[in-house]
Design a protein around this ligand. Sequence first.
Ligand code: AMP
Length: 493
Amino acid sequence: MNLFSLLDQTTARHGDRGAVYLGEHQVHTWAELRERALRIASTLRGLGPAARIAVASENRPEIVEVMFATWAAEAVLVPINAKLHPREMEQILADAGAAVVFASPTIGAALARVSTVPIETLGGPEYRSRCSATTAVAPRHTDPAALAWLFYTSGTTGRSKGAMLSHRNLMAMTVAHLADFDSPDENCSLVHGAPMSHGSGLYVPPYVARGARQVVPASGVFDPAEFLDLCTAHPGCSAFLAPTMVARLVQTGRGRPENLRTIVYGGGPMYVESLKKAMAAFGPVFVQLYGQGEAPMTITGLRRRDHLGNEGLAPDSVLGSVGYARSGVDVAVLAADGRPAAVGEVGEVVCRGDVVMAGYWNDPKATAATLRDGWLHTGDMGAFDAAGHLTLRDRSKDVVISGGSNIYPREVEEVLLEHPGVVEAGVVGAPDPEWGEVVVAFIVGQAPPAELDAHLLERIARFKRPKRYLYLDELPKNSYGKVLKRELRARLN
Ligand code: AMP
């Protein structure tokens, strides 16, 4: 099993059709893409078995061919988030033992100052000579357990770790996406709004499998107006976007572009109020995934029609959930003593199935702590309802324990966001001699504390109310748009 077979099959059916686009312009057909990938593959084979091939770049069309070239060479792709500091990139390169890093010109120049790994500029002279090398033969018998992708986690909890994803893992993810969420064809497009190093790149295989165009925005980054324009210029557009990107689309004030089919959102919490605004602006195009690098894009999900329910808009309890188990994945919630939690009881979310990683690269200790008794322990806290919808609480380390009661920041944040004067809210626990911890809310917006107190008192239990409100211009986020609770906590000192 080799992911390259997806490109092979699509080329056989649709070789002359456009495959890769930069903005509105066609860069390669499927036949050209396959040919270039195989030529690059022939130059990578000399790097040895399972060589790690890193890519550090903003979104660019070459990323698609490097992906398939790496798989054709039976090597391992190591995508690196373009927004990381060069020193953080170097840590990943060193950890992965990368044989080469393909970088955009700007990132390559910055990396050259700190890295000893050979750097090659995407589209540069050396790269172009790889593209005209002798064609390699497409791989035939790759072990399904062979590594295809080292997925470096976003590191909100500390050092970034490399989740080892095999061809089988990514094929299971591909099949689940096509089964549960979207069934594109050759008249469709995947628009790379989010970074191709992570969420958007993981969706390359399912869309290549169906011959859908790979559209890379000319800016290389997420620009809401450019993204919406591309969803008019190309047919049948789908995209993966982080919840913060969806909010930015809504802020444009523009409606649904003509050819927008599907927006898959996830990777971080989508608040109910924000989702309702997005559905009002763009219609029923939304699909939610809950996953993590360790089980890429695939633990639970909320399909398009689940968002609508019977009345045109599903109840808040469903919209605020992360849906139910994805095809081919077992999902359970375990109580603190390890037994399966009852309906409504909060515990740790665990999952198993062909999507689950083999472990962390060079980190047996972290692997043993995460893969236990046949389950991936996600570190996320959640509870099932009677219909099998999973609602995530917070990561266990973010739960506030005040006077012995557990308070889930997300619940307080959801209610704060219902107030018209609150743009963003981030809730954390502050150490307190009397209560152990007390709730503190960081607010982006104008609503004064007394008003927020009154608003909360009408909606949730008194003990969950913040003892302090602190106002910021914006919440600190990492380069994936995830709110950094540890930075909020640091501001309390
Ligand atoms: P990463 O491995 O960096 O993609 O981060 C994965 C983590 O993001 C998960 O363990 C969850 O804590 C969070 N996450 C992913 N999807 C969702 C979602 N749909 N809703 C809330 N949190 C999510």
